[in-house]
Design a protein around this ligand. Sequence first.
Ligand code: BGC
Length: 386
Amino acid sequence: MEKNHFFTQIFLTLMAVSPMIACNENAAENNDANPDSASVAKASVTQAEYGKIGDAIVTQYTITNEKGMIVKLINYGATVTDIITLDKNQSRGNVVLGFDSLAGYLQPGNPYFGSIVGRYGNRIANGRFTLDGQTYTLARNNNGQSLHGGIKGFDKVLWNGEPVGDNAVKFTYLSKDGEEGYPGNLNVSVTYTLTNDNELKIEYSATTDKATPVNLTNHAYFNLSAGADSTILGHELMLKADSFTEVNNVLIPTGKNPPVAGTPMDFTTAKPIGRDIAQVPGGYDHNWVLRRDGNGLELIATLYHPGSGRYMEVFTTEPGVQFYSGNFLDGRLKHTRDGQKYVKHAGLCLETQHFPDSPNHPHFPNTILRPGETYTQTTVYKFSTK
Ligand code: BGC
């Protein structure tokens, strides 16, 4: 009796998931001969030429997991070009802003779509800092400040890429001593893994031969509606943070971390991004100080798009997150995917990071990497529906 009931349950469960399997093209293509695993596609990484910069070939890597979720990456900027997930009705959509070709990524004014930013993500005041008694001057590219590594940051260089197993791609880059004004040869690696639990995991590591600031993050612009909504103002965001780093008029931290309670910066309980944004001059573009239990991978943010049911959870080892509501997008980018107009607030970034301008704020968590040490950071973006 018990046993029969058990098998009935299994049968009903299989029946319930079968429509999902039917519309999963990859699952259909990759079915293997074993009928028991007929519903499960094999994870894979493929690669193809994406374009050329001079004589150098830019490669696109496509990772597909067993559930049919797809992530595409290019070695220019170690960039995420596509994240394709199912919505609550099992239709596929691309949940990051992107371009239709390499020309889009190369155009002046590409606002770091999907790329890795570094050597120092976000701003360093006046492009200057003093380390061990020596003052360094960096390339300035943003109102007299150094933003995202300077004029030619890690988003604008070609990385070496290689597939790792059937679900990951590892990118490496040597940033030479003096590049954009930074001291030390920095060996950087960034590995993107797509798990069968629909998690995009990004693992960063770096070593140096001279003391240098390091702050690496990914600059993907999410819009979980996958093109259905022109802005993210209806997305509901939760940030596990009780304070944020206050900034001046050129977005450099003042050094004070005021509480979010009772202000438009309060995302401790999920709320629509559009609810209070009008009260924040220019829109959200701040670093939130995460409430953490320790140094491990912890859930720090959730994002929900009610229309599609898509839900994203963000886990990180970092102490901060830059929530940027796409304030400088103005509909003018060319080569956009499907000819979409990326208007103000078309996408949002959740850049897990150390705090902006930390080298000039000794009380902020340390961002100086020294010879013999290894910089690491891990961030996971996990996708589901509800
Ligand atoms: C910064 C914004 C900047 C944007 C560039 C974000 O990380 O916080 O101020 O404009 O990157 O697209």
